[in-house]
Design a protein around this ligand. Structure first.
Ligand code: HEC
Length: 257
């Protein structure tokens, strides 16, 4: 047998030999949002492993002990390529914009009162609509939605951008009865509270600032009805006022900063 025939014989054996394969990646693609971190495991590595990242500004990729740590930085996509002596493998990384969110997701308002809902990560222009405009109205101002309580009842405000829909549940309670329009009455009555709660409710036993009118009124109503701490100082105190007066106090305190 001559050299030539020996070579041909060897070549014919080649297809029987296992072909060298590139390392494998798990998972082999990633869909992320900015700020998210993911780990990809590299297995079946032959020889030394190197990494290339087509757009490191979209997501960074760090290789350490058979793991790739991917940190999504901004919206876009990048291709991470790992190479060993067996060949190349690619990891597609897609960074999507985060979904829009609203805060708070529910509101409790007194008729006539309004509150802002903050919209974060909108994709395009924000729109808002109320399921019942005679209960609550919604007006968009940039990335804030102003919700106004019109009359007692409940409504759903739907906030949407080009991609997402979010709903805010709005409960509106009736405005204070007793014709409290000018709130000097509220201020005068509330001054009885300052000895224990600080001027304008700023401190003392319990600071009252930062609470909504509805929160303060509900707490006062609970004390007055004996639902809350029936024998306590607040129960005794609130029973000295009519409901309209308690509403006037709550309204006054809720509007102090
Ligand atoms: C003599 C002192 C005193 C006076 C006067 C007083 N409070 Fe209070 N208040 C307290 C104390 C003490 C607490 C907390 C303990 C409790 O529930 O009894 C409290 C609790 C409260 C709370 C609940 C706070 C929370 O966030 O849980 C509200 C609301 C409140 N007071 C409103 C008022 C208002 C409005 C007035 C005036 C009409 C008033 N208080 C007058 C002593 C007083």
């Amino acid at each position: 047998m001559n050299i030539r025939n020996q070579l041909i014989g060897l070549l014919s054996l080649l297809p029987l030999m296992e072909p060298a394969a590139a390392a494998s990646l798990s998972p082999s693609s990633l869909t992320m949002i900015p700020g998210q971190v993911a780990t990809v495991t590299v297995s079946n590595i032959r020889g030394s492993l190197s990494l290339q990242n087509s757009k490191p500004g979209i997501a960074s990729a760090q290789l350490a002990s058979a793991r790739i740590t991917v940190t999504a930085l901004t919206v876009g996509s990048t291709t991470v390529t790992v190479k060993d002596t067996g060949g190349k493998k690619t990891l597609q990384v897609k960074v999507n914009p985060p979904p829009m969110a609203v805060s708070p997701e529910s509101l409790s308002l007194v008729a006539g009162q309004s509150a802002n809902v903050t919209v974060s990560n909108p994709n395009g222009t924000v729109q808002a609509s109320s399921s019942n405009a005679s209960v609550a109205r919604a007006t968009v101002n940039g990335t804030a939605v102003l919700v106004q309580g019109v009359a007692a009842g409940s409504a759903k405000v739907t906030v949407r951008d080009a991609k997402t829909n979010r709903t805010v549940n709005v409960t509106v309670t009736a405005a204070g009865g007793g014709g409290v329009t000018d709130n000097t009455e509220g201020r005068l009555l509330a001054s009885n509270c300052f000895q224990c709660h600080g001027t304008n409710g700023s401190g003392g036993f319990e600071a009252l600032l930062g609470e909504t009118e509805a929160e303060i009124f509900n707490e006062l109503a609970e004390y007055a009805s004996g639902q809350e701490d029936a024998d306590g100082i607040m129960a005794a105190h609130t029973r000295g006022y009519t409901e309209a007066q308690l509403r006037a106090i709550a309204k006054y305190l809720a509007n102090q900063r």
